[in-house]
Ligand binder design. Structure first.
Ligand code: FMN
Length: 372
């Protein structure tokens, strides 16, 4: 494989796009020289690279940055002395008659910065368009258009791999400059996503009445965030560890996993209520002696912390109530008919099956064509 003797790929993937990209890279390098580290599953060994190894991070963009599970994985890597690395964030491409690119924002730069601090030398950065998988927001992309986007993605990866694996760099490009500028501008949104958004999105998932309690979603969840709850009839329950990666929704054989839009509206109103402000005013009004306490609560930082705790606790409590209400068939049907995902087409990368998530090696291009 040119300049390097082995490739270590750290991969996280919800609906298979990033897994597909990792598969291409492993084909282009040499499958026998590729080692795969699955991000998200605890206990995966983290190989220490030699100067002849090149390490790659491949993952989806979430909220214009890298998913928390990927950042955490990077932060936990051991320090190395000068191993080469590259970072690829797949992003939401769509096809309204032409390739409309997604925006990976700060995703590759944040992970690259972590790797730099760990002692890696960065050789390549790229936001790569693959079919958008955000099915809580929009219907899944059709097979015809997904194939067009995937084909372009493959072409771009071939060019990138050729350059990097032969010892070159891919750092300065118009695409990277634009992503960096927009990524910096969008930092407040990305921070909001990591601190609050991902928790709120996790709590929108539920199983509709078609769920037959098979437990596949819990068993396959890439981050182990779903538990089967219930004494007699068990139903999936999404914990705060959920990354909203859409694996459960994309692969459920019954199309039973939904993201509730009515609940999103309810959660929005509940979580935007400023609890800290109300407590501060109430303390001062009921007891003038509590002015000091009231002014402490009015402190901006304390207000932020109180409101943050309030948002997380209210998400947790409302979701528990929602979860038990969804066990009542009639209520489940009403919420499901009001939920857009019920009408949406599901998406997962066409050639990636459930078993590809647990394969020791990545699939080959041969496997992909035979699975079509
Ligand atoms: C919760 C969530 C947030 C997303 N945020 C973005 C985003 O900010 N920008 C973007 O271009 N794509 C975004 N996407 C789309 C995915 O990054 C993209 O479809 C990716 O290829 C999915 O890869 P995977 O199948 O390996 O998970 C988002 C998807 C999800 C589910």
């Amino acid at each position: 494989m040119g300049r390097y003797t082995s490739l270590v790929l750290h991969v996280f993937s919800g609906t298979g796009n990033s897994l597909r990209v990792a598969g291409w890279l492993s084909e282009l390098c040499d499958r026998s020289k590729t080692q795969v580290v699955r991000i998200g599953k605890t206990g995966t060994p983290k190989p220490v690279p030699t100067p002849e190894t090149i390490t790659g991070f491949v993952f989806p963009t979430h909220g214009f940055t890298a998913p928390w599970v990927v950042l955490r994985h990077g932060l936990r890597l051991p320090r190395v002395k000068g191993g080469a690395a590259f970072v690829i964030a797949t992003r939401a491409g769509s096809w309204p008659g032409f390739l409309l690119p997604g925006l990976s924002g700060s995703a590759v730069f944040t992970v690259a910065l972590i790797l730099l601090c760990k002692g890696y030398r960065i050789k390549g950065l790229r936001g790569l368009d693959m079919p958008s998988n955000w099915m809580s927001l929009h219907w899944g992309i059709s097979r015809k258009y997904a194939d067009k986007i995937i084909e372009r993605g493959k072409h771009n990866i071939e060019r990138l791999a050729q350059k990097i694996f032969s010892g070159g760099r891919h750092l300065f490009s118009f695409n990277n400059a634009l992503e960096l500028a927009l990524g910096i501008a969008l930092v407040p949104i990305s921070a909001g996503y990591l601190l609050v958004g991902r928790f709120a999105l996790a709590k929108l998932f539920y199983a509709n009445w078609k769920c037959n309690s098979c437990g596949q979603c819990a068993c396959d969840c890439p981050v182990g965030a779903i538990i089967m709850k219930g004494r007699n009839v068990k139903k999936p329950y999404w914990t705060f560890a959920c990354e909203s990666c859409m694996h459960c929704m994309g692969y459920c054989p019954e199309k039973a996993v939904e993201a509730s839009h009515p609940l999103a509206v309810i959660l929005y109103f509940i979580s935007t209520f400023s609890l800290a402000g109300v407590i501060g005013k109430w303390l001062i009004s009921v007891n003038p002696g509590a002015v000091i306490l009231g002014s402490i609560v009015s402190n901006r930082l304390i207000q932020l912390m109180l409101n943050y705790a309030y948002i997380l606790i209210s998400l947790f409590l409302v979701y528990i109530l929602f979860y038990y209400l969804m066990r009542i068939r009639m209520v489940n049907r009403i919420f499901t008919y009001l939920t857009l995902t019920h009408y949406y087409r599901r998406y997962h990368e066409p050639g990636i099956s459930r078993k590809d998530y647990t394969n020791k090696d990545l699939f080959s291009e041969k496997d992909r064509t035979s699975s079509r």
